[in-house]
Design a protein around this ligand. Structure first.
Ligand code: ADP
Ligand code: MG
Length: 277
């Protein structure tokens, strides 16, 4: 059943017109609260292979969503579509009620408030933790201009706030290259936070972390929810269980199941996909 058919079936077709921006063809069902991100019937093919197949997914403002699924399910492709790295063949991708992400490039999407953390940390190793955060805040200027740019009290307070969030207050003078793998990952999350993103996409944040680092990452991501919408793709099921509110299972480019961790783990389709791997 398509979204449109669904809305019609629930007698909402008459309201649909008034909810639409004139320049868009977005179908918004406001009954479910106000999502910050809408993916509707999104398909992406690579040489005829459908990496995403009619994927429909809504992320709410301030929620922490975990996305799981076997290798090749389309998780990274989904993030590539949201961030403008890959253009879908069909479908709609909206940020908030009115911003059509398919009309923006990667840079505009990042500037517009969707931050992405890749698996490998990409911090400036020779600069201190503090300087890395400083640079990230000023990243709309060029790197050299921002190195010589004087910090105001407000910016300093924000850096200190983020240092606290990522648990690196005592490390602020250290060159980032000397941090542990986990600390570098937190610093990179901190750098994204300097831009105050509305949505934060995080791909496999705990890969290669120690048990203790994994626990602290769980606390960090949990503490960000509410202020930011956080989408976490992760394989480590114990980790997912420790942070999960709502979990989406992707399989062959579509949503196989969605719900609480308990609902997901007891879903026969999910069990079959994971056992069949
Ligand atoms: P996941 O992140 O869930 O493991 P991906 O989104 O990386 O899955 O990949 C989904 C499918 O699309 C895989 O079968 C992968 O081989 C294929 N794929 C992804 N990117 C490309 C590409 N640039 N060219 C061709 N095939 C791709
Ligand atoms: Mg992937």
């Amino acid at each position: 059943m398509s979204i449109l058919e669904g809305l019609t079936r629930f007698g909402m077709a008459a309201d649909r017109q008034s909810l639409m921006e004139p320049q868009t063809n977005l179908v918004i069902n406001t009954d479910f609260g106000k999502p910050v991100l809408y993916l509707e019937e999104v398909s992406v093919s690579f040489d005829g292979f459908k990496a995403l197949n009619n994927l429909t997914l809504y992320i709410d403002e301030g929620e922490l969503r975990c996305i799981i699924g076997p290798n090749g399910a389309g998780k990274t492709t989904m993030m590539d579509v949201i961030t403008g790295k890959t253009r879908p063949d069909s479908g709609r991708v909206f940020f908030g009620q009115t911003i059509d992400l398919l009309k923006l490039n990667e840079h505009e999407i990042a500037q517009g408030g969707i931050g992405r953390k890749f698996q490998k940390p990409t911090v400036f190793e020779l600069l201190s933790v503090f300087e890395n955060l400083e640079l990230a805040m000023a990243s709309s200027k060029n790197v050299w201009a921002s190195l010589f740019y004087k910090l105001g009290a407000e910016q300093k307070t924000r850096i200190e706030e983020v240092l606290g969030l990522i648990g690196l207050e005592s490390q602020y003078k250290r060159p980032a290259g000397l941090l542990s793998h986990g600390q570098k990952q937190w610093l990179e999350i901190g750098m994204l936070l300097m831009q105050n993103p509305r949505v934060l996409l995080v791909d496999e944040p705990v890969a290669g972390m120690t048990g203790e680092e994994t626990e602290r990452t769980a606390e960090l991501l949990t503490s960000l929810a509410g202020k930011h919408s956080v989408i976490v793709v992760e394989h480590d099921m114990a980790f997912v269980r420790s942070i999960a509110k709502k979990v989406t299972v992707l399989h062959q480019g579509s949503v196989l199941a969605e719900g609480s961790m308990d609902q997901i783990q007891n879903n026969p389709d999910v069990v079959e996909v994971y056992l069949g791997e």
